[in-house]
Write a protein that binds this ligand. Structure first.
Ligand code: NAG
Length: 457
């Protein structure tokens, strides 16, 4: 790569001069990200690799020549010695004109990135739009760290025949470790054609799955941040079988009437923190399903949409386990549900150790809801004796308004009543000014502090 040549030239200059430059890259706009990267130990970027588009030469970030002591010199040397390979999709033939198929260019760029033994920055330059068919970024990779900087817009092909081979995914990262995906760009599923053909919109159409826009499958030590994901064909972002994930500063945006367009879906994933996300969509803002544990969601803004859900769990008599979930600081406006746990009859397993706290509801139809008779199918669901056990759920400091009279709706299983349900400082008023109510079936609620409405005796 030309980059390496530049770097070694720079090193020679660096080592042979007494008076040299100060690293000045902290001056540019990515300041904040650099500091944050530090927390995630991805700080090798400090000489500004991903700013190259903006700089006429690699030397520009080192402007501001001052005397440098030895330790600073060593520091620079160390940074440059840990070399980073820059891979730009434009160098692989991507056009970014919004109409040329750029799939092959991305595939080739990824192959190069993934096979490199260096750390890699994969650049998708801004102010362009890249038309992409289904695309798989497969690992495991040789590189230590791959940082994908998406500055521009990735737009999905809306020719459904392009999805013949894999109908469930558009962009999919598979088995990649130490991956960072960020960059301020947009991922657009171009979902309109899928929505129109959904059985939920057009009853004459058969019910078929549509692709998830962005899937992370079996990724470990993953950071996804500062991206906009919109108009997904179905789910916007899905974490499946991942471990150790930071997802932050994501904006999800799709119309309220787009079918099954969950914002962030978490399945069989452990140790995930979703923070500072704004989600407006046609289905759940966040859905957390079987096999997930140690899930934290904080500073979430949701609406329109179906709220923050654990489940559905136990469909088709399956065994499901979700535990250690904390939703802290969320604001839901105009959603059909606020915080929901939904399970099908006939399932088994448990939803356990769950906390919903510091949540503001504004005109939410079912602010607090446990639905153990969930049934999202054409035929009515039969009564069944087995159920997913719901246990140890704390609702703490939840305030605001309910669009329906029933602000608290706890419909637990007859055969497996909910256990350890605590309401602490929960105050939900009816949005129309009337009295709100609590419906509580097969559950003994423990109230603490100020709780309104309360379960009838
Ligand atoms: C990749 O980056 C990590 C973290 O900054 C660093 O420890 C490692 O040495 C780098 N690897 C290479 C091959 O440069």
């Amino acid at each position: 790569m030309g980059l390496e040549k530049h770097i070694s030239t720079f090193l020679i200059v660096l080592l042979s001069l007494n008076s040299i430059c100060t690293v000045n890259s902290m001056d540019h706009a990515d300041d904040r990200d650099l500091v944050e990267d530090h927390d995630h130990h991805y700080s090798q970027q400090e000489y500004g690799t991903y700013g190259f588009e903006a700089y006429p030469s690699y030397f520009r970030p080192f402007e501001g020549i001052k005397n440098l002591d030895n330790s600073a010199r060593t520091m620079i040397f160390r940074r440059l010695a840990a070399s980073i390979k820059t891979i730009n999709v434009l160098s692989f033939g991507a056009k970014g004109d919004g109409s040329t198929d750029d799939t092959k260019a991305f595939e080739n760029a990824w192959e190069e990135a993934c096979s490199s033994s260096e750390n890699v920055t994969f650049i998708v330059p801004q102010s362009r739009s890249y038309l992409l068919k289904p695309l798989r970024f497969s690992g495991p990779c040789n590189s230590n760290i791959i940082k994908m900087e998406i500055g521009g817009t990735l737009i999905a092909s809306d020719d459904r025949s392009d999805y013949k081979k894999d109908k469930r995914h558009w962009l999919r990262f598979d088995s990649v470790e130490n991956l960072v995906v960020e960059g301020g760009g947009t991922i657009d599923g171009n979902g309109n054609v899928w929505w129109q053909n959904s059985c939920k919109i057009n009853k004459n159409k058969p019910c078929k799955d549509a692709p998830t826009a962005l899937t992370f499958y079996k990724c470990t030590d993953l950071v996804v941040k500062n991206l906009k994901i919109q108009n997904a064909q179905q789910i916007h972002v899905s974490f499946e079988r991942c471990k150790s994930v930071e997802a932050s500063k994501l904006v999800v945006n799709s119309p309220e009437n787009s079918p099954n367009t969950d914002g962030i879906h978490i399945t069989a994933t452990q140790d995930i923190h979703v923070s500072t996300c704004t989600i407006a969509t046609g289905d759940d803002c966040i859905s957390i399903v079987s096999g997930s544990k140690k899930v934290r969601a904080s500073d979430i803004t949701c609406g329109p949409g179906h709220g923050i859900s654990i489940g559905s769990l136990g469909s088709g008599n399956s065994e499901a386990h979700v535990s250690d979930v904390v939703v802290n600081r969320a604001k839901l406006s105009g959603t059909t549900n606020g915080v929901r746990i939904k399970t099908w009859q006939g399932g088994s397993g448990s939803a356990n150790n769950i906390g919903f706290k510091n949540i503001e509801m504004e005109n939410v139809k079912n602010p607090i809801i446990i639905d153990q008779n969930y049934c999202d199918q054409d035929e009515p669901c039969q009564d069944q004796s087995s159920a997913v056990q719901v246990k140890n759920v704390v609702y703490e400091n939840i305030q605001g308004t309910s669009a329906s009279t029933v602000a608290i709706d706890l419909e637990c299983s007859k055969s497996y009543p909910c256990q350890g349900i605590v309401l602490e400082n929960v105050n939900l008023e009816a949005a129309n000014g009337g009295n709100s109510e609590a419906v509580c079936k097969n559950v003994d609620v423990q109230n603490s502090g100020n709780v309104s409405p309360v379960c009838p005796n």
